[in-house]
Ligand binder design. Structure first.
Ligand SMILES: *Cc1c(COP(=O)(O)O)cnc(C)c1O
Length: 403
């Protein structure tokens, strides 16, 4: 089928939840993808931080295919080897002690929210229930995680929303302190906000957030669904800050493209869940966990994290170098290979022009170009992407001058 026909078929039968590009990606290898008409692109969207090891990473493909010939699914009523192994890998690589597996990021956050409430009610025996989240956050699309997401557009039309969510500005410790009453059971935030525009938490801020949580008896939940698992050049973004959360959520990159999410917690907190208190039919399924094991093994052994840090630094420096050339660039920010370029013009047209020239990038929060390439790219890939981006920015600059 052609791009055109695939688009038309989808438009006829799918709910209209995405404004899709007229392109169907049908093949991928490493940093490259091809559309249904055979056009090749460099993929700096990476399935929105899912394809951290590039497309069709051989270790994942092998593990999934092998698992599919052994056992594809059995209920969580039984023990699952790959699930236990993946939990072990996650615990050994983090400061967490126990793992609950889900199918998506939103469900990982649902688990975190339920765990925090249950811990407050059944372990602390308190009346704490409020969860404080940050403006411009993104935590998912279920009714509770959409409510946790402090963005008006995500809430619109879904009233009544669940109770107990309080919003404060990000990187504003005074505002948080003001909202931290005795009913707060948890503070939930992304150390680097993704959908909200690649906003990086200040170093001192997260330390103060942790101290405040400890002082008030609230849990600290880090949503590292986008920024975790090597994206920032460390296994977890919190490692840049020298503090540890009580609960950590992961998803996007964890399955190398196979759907999986995880909520991790430290001992003591994790104990608030006991048999029957939470669950999932597919969560921790053998195939997704086999993929997860392959991803974790790659992240552990193949120098991927070091590469993300090194190439991310190179890429960021080059992007910053463009700031003086184009006056519509406001700021370049981010960590590792999670980079954003804030513009004072909408970024949609730049994304379209880059796509025409064979480079996929994303624009979030209308004005922030977001770059989430595989963590395995090299300087040549970055240079090629920058070449295309500069051509496009030159066009934009020329057309602005002509206005
Ligand atoms: C993508 C994302 C989610 C939601 O994940 P889904 O798998 O789409 O449910 C939650 N939090 C953050 C930070 C994300 O980037």
């Amino acid at each position: 089928m052609s791009n055109e026909n695939i688009k038309r078929l989808g438009e006829k039968y799918l709910m209209n939840t995405y404004a899709r590009y007229p392109v169907a990606l049908t093949k991928g290898e490493g940093v490259n993808v091809w559309d249904a008409d055979g056009k090749k692109y460099m993929d700096f969207v990476g399935g929105l931080a899912v394809n951290s090891l590039g497309h069709c990473y051989p270790g994942v493909a092998r593990a999934v295919s092998k698992q599919c010939n052994e056992i594809i699914h059995c209920s969580n009523l039984y023990c699952i080897e790959k699930q236990a192994k993946l939990a072990e890998l996650l615990v050994k690589n983090s400061s967490m002690d126990r793992v609950f597996f889900s199918n998506s990021g939103a469900e990982a956050n649902e688990a975190a929210i339920k765990l925090a409430r249950r811990y407050a009610q059944l372990v602390l025996k308190s009346d704490k229930y409020k969860i404080i989240t940050m403006n411009k956050s993104f935590h998912g699309r279920t009714i509770a995680t959409a409510t946790a997401t402090a963005q008006e557009k995500i809430h619109s039309g879904f009233d009544p929303l669940p109770q107990g969510f309080v919003y404060v500005p990000f990187n504003d410790i005074a505002a948080l302190r003001e909202s931290m009453d005795h009913q707060v059971c948890a503070v939930m935030l992304e150390p680097v906000q993704g959908e909200g525009g690649v906003n990086v938490a200040d170093k001192g801020y997260l330390k103060e957030v942790k101290e405040l949580c400890d002082e008030k008896g609230a849990l600290l939940i880090f949503d590292e669904i986008q920024c975790g698992l090597g994206r920032t050049g460390k296994m977890f973004a919190y490692e840049h800050y020298g503090i540890k959360p009580h609960i950590l959520t992961l998803a996007k990159a964890l399955g190398g493209g196979i759907p999986i999410g995880a909520a991790l917690a430290v001992d003591g907190v994790a104990e608030a869940f006991d048999p029957g208190s939470h669950g999932s039919t597919f969560g921790g399924n053998p195939v997704s966990c086999a993929a997860g094991v392959a991803v974790m093994e790659a992240l552990e052994t193949e120098g991927v994290l070091e590469n993300a840090l090194e190439i991310g630094g190179y890429f960021k420096e080059k992007l910053q170098g463009l700031e003086s050339k184009y006056d519509f660039i406001k700021e370049v920010r981010g960590m590792g290979l999670m980079l954003g370029m804030e513009l004072d013009i909408p970024g949609g047209e730049i994304v379209n022009l880059c796509m025409e020239k064979g480079l996929l990038i994303n624009c979030t929060s209308e004005r922030v170009l977001r770059f989430l390439p595989p963590l395995t790219i090299n300087r040549k890939h970055v240079d090629r992407a920058l070449g295309i981006l500069e051509e496009v920015l030159d066009n934009i600059k020329a057309s602005k001058r002509g206005e």
